[in-house]
Design a protein around this ligand. Sequence first.
Ligand SMILES: Cc1cc2nc3c(=O)[nH]c(=O)nc-3n(C[C@H](O)[C@H](O)[C@H](O)COP(=O)(O)O)c2cc1C
Length: 167
Amino acid sequence: MKQISPKQITANPIDLIANNWMLITAGDISDFNTMTASWGMVGEMWGMDVAQAVVRPQRYTHEYIERLHKFTLSFFPQEMKRVLTVMGTQSGRDIDKMHYPGLTVVELPSGLVSFKEATLVVECEVIYKDCFKPESFVNKELIARWYPESDYHTLYVGQITNVWSAQ
Ligand SMILES: Cc1cc2nc3c(=O)[nH]c(=O)nc-3n(C[C@H](O)[C@H](O)[C@H](O)COP(=O)(O)O)c2cc1C
């Protein structure tokens, strides 16, 4: 992996996140958790390159992000979808995600965690967080569609601190 600047990311971020999915990973090499996500954004905010992730409060990964307010976003080749499906349907409370076959853990120089199989890794430090609120939805149909259990996502805006690319 070589280090690149955030502005050198060439992939279409919507395609990458929505179709390819990503792993959100938080914690350190001795204790971390990871989960699949297909919602999020990358862009520019407050004069910084940022990535945004949305994590429902019941996710085990939510606890880890809350602890250190840092996370990585890892992107993989298509053939990893089977593993990402497991990471997105089972909780680290129930299976050992730190030693899952097919995911080789890598400690980054910053101490954050990603995986050898990733082709793009975006490291983030949370600079802003908030929960979506029902009263803030202009399109109220989204509430019934996505939040029947009122488990509103926490929005994390992360300043991009490092980017690693396999290419
Ligand atoms: C394709 C896909 C996308 C997902 N996107 C999100 C997301 O953006 N935010 C979220 O909170 N959960 C999302 N999930 C659900 C979590 O990945 C899932 O609940 C996971 O088991 C949580 O693991 P954890 O409890 O170990 O953190 C997604 C699941 C899949 C399969």
